[in-house]
Design a protein. Structure first.
Length: 453
């Protein structure tokens, strides 16, 4: 998949049209088919368009509106396929005109997986941007206080303390409490990406955490919830000092990991060392950290994932780990070409993390214990989501959802907010993290306070 920016944009639009059953002239038909074949997207022969292909067509249409879509190569994982993209936030609404281009990426073992991850991340970002038609409210305290549990109330208080103009009332966004379907109000600035001049406070954590696009609303909601659980586990491990557990060598997760790494590292003369850590918490949803380093322990990279099963968590964590390795390689190249002055805050975080010696950090060495995992044997996203919500309720933790699907993109996007979980990174420290640090002494004694993300 290559070509000039304009030609690729046109090709994506033509491929979407063909996928939706529209006729093209011979030349365009051939080129569009080549794109669909590369992405392994089948063309419907009948009149009825499959919902899966409709969703894929919407991804292609979104890609046709992006400023750039390009491929990247990873020196440490030649088998990894990676897409990058840039887009103008004004695609979402004129409210964001003049904003700088936003960059997103996606990785996978196939063009389809990487492309969908990249464009899906872009649509998720765009869908979360506030629009002129979003209904925000300024209700009084009595309108929301009785409908939020202690974890949510505490978060609201902490956010209120961060107001840029203390005399100005907060704006609120409608959300749905997943335990019973009841409507609640949450501060708008943790629900939507608002223009700086309209913000009540600067969000204390990345709004990407818990937001997801997917082929269906249920799939998007489950993906967002799993990301929140993943970041909670990562924080209790890395900042909290909760030691990781081992995964038995005969477990399917280890078998999947070994096979996957053979594909990803194929052709590398001196492949990096890689191992898995089970960082599952009391919630029980399988969470894995995939760790890699050079032969001498330097160049530490990490990938995280929470999934319904340990083997799928391992697979996703390894792919994310390789994405981190690629990011580190890009930072090193930028530094080599233009020096330290060319590095941004995120680049410098990459360098600090990569300086950790993986062989000497206790958090990166699994204990001999094994974690207990929540049985999530269902296949439907809606059922798995409900089972996890029920488990969170048992721990006194509420989950809330906001449907952010935008008509102009027509791809399901859901924002999931779970105030009782600890986000990573986050400027707010929850009781979960405080209790873990009090019990273990904290992770900084092993990491020197270097951020994981």
């Amino acid at each position: 998949m290559s070509g000039t920016v304009n030609s690729m944009q046109e090709l994506f639009a033509q491929a979407a049209s063909l996928l939706l059953g529209n006729a093209l002239d011979a030349a365009k038909n051939h080129e569009a088919k080549s794109v669909l074949e590369a992405l392994e997207y089948g063309v419907e022969s009948g009149e009825r368009i499959d919902p899966k292909n409709t969703n894929r067509a919407h991804l292609l249409l979104a890609a046709s509106r992006f400023a750039r879509v390009f491929e990247l190569a990873s020196p440490d994982a030649p088998g990894l396929i990676s897409f990058g993209a840039q887009f103008d936030p004004a695609l979402a609404d004129p409210l964001h005109s003049g904003s700088p281009l936003v960059s997103v990426s996606g990785v996978g073992l196939t063009l389809q997986e990487a492309f969908q991850g990249c464009i899906g991340e872009g649509i998720e970002y765009l869908s979360q941007l506030q629009t002129g038609t979003d209904l925000l409210f300024k209700p009084g305290v009595d309108d929301w206080s009785g409908k939020l549990n202690p974890n949510a109330l505490e978060l609201v208080v902490r956010l209120s303390e961060r107001r840029l103009q203390p005399e100005r009332a907060l704006s609120w966004c409608r959300a749905t409490r997943q335990a019973d379907g009841g409507a609640v109000w949450l501060p708008a600035d943790i629900c939507l990406r608002r223009p700086p001049v309209q913000r009540d406070f600067v969000p204390p954590f990345p709004l990407s955490i818990g937001s997801a696009a997917g082929p269906s609303r249920d799939a998007a909601a489950l993906h967002g919830l799993l990301e929140l659980i993943e970041r909670d586990a990562a924080s209790l491990w890395w900042r909290g000092g909760q030691l990781a557990r081992s995964i038995p060598a005969q477990d399917p997760a280890c078998i999947v990991a070994e096979e996957l790494l053979e594909k990803l590292r194929h052709g590398v003369s001196s492949p990096r060392r890689t191992w898995l850590l089970d960082i599952t918490t009391d919630i029980g949803v399988p969470c894995v950290a995939a760790v890699s380093c050079r032969a001498d322990g330097s160049g530490f990279a990490c990938g995280l994932a929470a999934r319904p099963a340990l083997d799928t968590a391992a697979r996703s964590a390894i792919v994310e780990m390789c994405q981190g390795e690629l990011a580190d390689a890009i930072v090193a190249a930028k530094r080599g070409e233009r020096g330290d002055d060319a590095l941004n805050v995120q680049d410098r975080t990459h360098l600090r993390r990569a300086a950790i010696n993986a062989d000497q950090c206790k958090l990166l060495q699994p204990t001999a214990e094994y974690a207990a995992h929540l049985p999530l044997h269902a296949t439907e996203a809606s059922v798995i989501f409900e089972l996890i919500v029920q488990r969170l309720e048992q721990l006194g933790i509420n989950a809330f959802c906001i449907d952010l699907t935008r008509e102009c993109f027509a791809v399901p996007v859901v924002r999931v907010i779970v105030p009782g979980l600890q986000l990573e990174p986050s400027e707010i420290v929850t009781a979960r993290l405080q209790d873990t640090v009090a019990r273990t002494g904290g992770g900084s004694i092993y990491t020197g306070g270097v951020p994981l993300i």
